[in-house]
Design a protein around this ligand. Sequence first.
Ligand SMILES: [Mn+2]
Length: 403
Amino acid sequence: MTTLSPTLQRLQGETVKAYKIRLCENKDTYQINWNQIADLINQETGDNFGESKYRKWYVNYKEGYEDAMIKGTSNLSSAIEDQTYTLHKERIKNQTIGVHINRIAREDARKEMLIEEFTRAVKENSLQPPEFHSLPYSTGDKGAVLGFGDVHFGKIFESVNNKYDEEEVRLRLADLFVQTVNKINQEQLTHLHIVNGADNVDGIGLRISQLMSLQFGLMDQVIRYQRLMVEWLNRLSTHVKITYHHVPSSNHTEIRPLGTKAGQFPKEDVERLIATYIHDMLANNQRIEVPQYKDDYARFEICGYRFYAKHGHQIKNVKTALKDLSMLHREFIDYLILSHFHHAEEITVGEGETNDCEVIILPSVMGSDKFSDKLLTGAKAAGKMLIFEEGKGKVTSHTLKLN
Ligand SMILES: [Mn+2]
């Protein structure tokens, strides 16, 4: 007997059945026929069956195997269908939940986005410090004017809102002193221009009826008042350097000798006496300068601006007065300061290179009286502190109330 190739021999641990199936399945590969298969198996089992026994057995076996395979596959696909359906259902469930979750998430996201946007805006717009420029350092000159007028010293009366006599004048000037010192400190002033707008004394009255409201005669008015002013200015100079501008002409202070009418002797005015007395008495005070004005107005400059000061009794039209005086004197006036009207006003009447040209009407120290009560034109007693800056003109106006 020839030696079998190893592949045709029963393998170690291989059952007879597995050996039999392997030979039948690989019949063509092994290039053997059914007789040879029968011999090989008979040899292993000790049987003596013909080739048809194994051939038929294998046909049945193979048929059964294939049937089982087909059935198995169909079971598998129905199982897959079931699984797919379940999965689909789960997906729908998840989608249903998802819609709800998405809505909540969307709302949360919107809220978060709002807060983030708000925080970003706050950071960008509010909390971001700007790039600081160096602080402007003003090299411009600063100037100040204290203006007061119409003291009408010597007048005594009691009206609806006012009571006036020498004692009241002294109290008001003391009050003006304190308020002025406060402003000097507040505005950090080293130099103060003072404009006295005249009608400092009440005179002897413009009508006979006014004689009734005089506390003293004209000479006593002048003597008492000029002493008071000298003392007042002397004390104020302990706080600041002063240039004192005294308007030398007004209606109550001009004297009308020999029955002359208003303005006929314009130089016969006691304001000139008062101004000259103040000038002479303060000559030794190095902190006070008193310019002497020969005409009926004061004229000076502050921060490069030209000022005129008049009483105002000759002025017919306040609004054109500044331009009219500029024409008359052939020079540009920036500020015209008037008194006389007993109520304050600051009127812009033109435009200069860097400033507004203004007519500034001072309030009165006297305030309202029976005459203004009758005309309903009264106003409170006050002085004014005006602040000017180089290149800007008037920047501040303080009212220093006195009653
Ligand atoms: Mn007057």
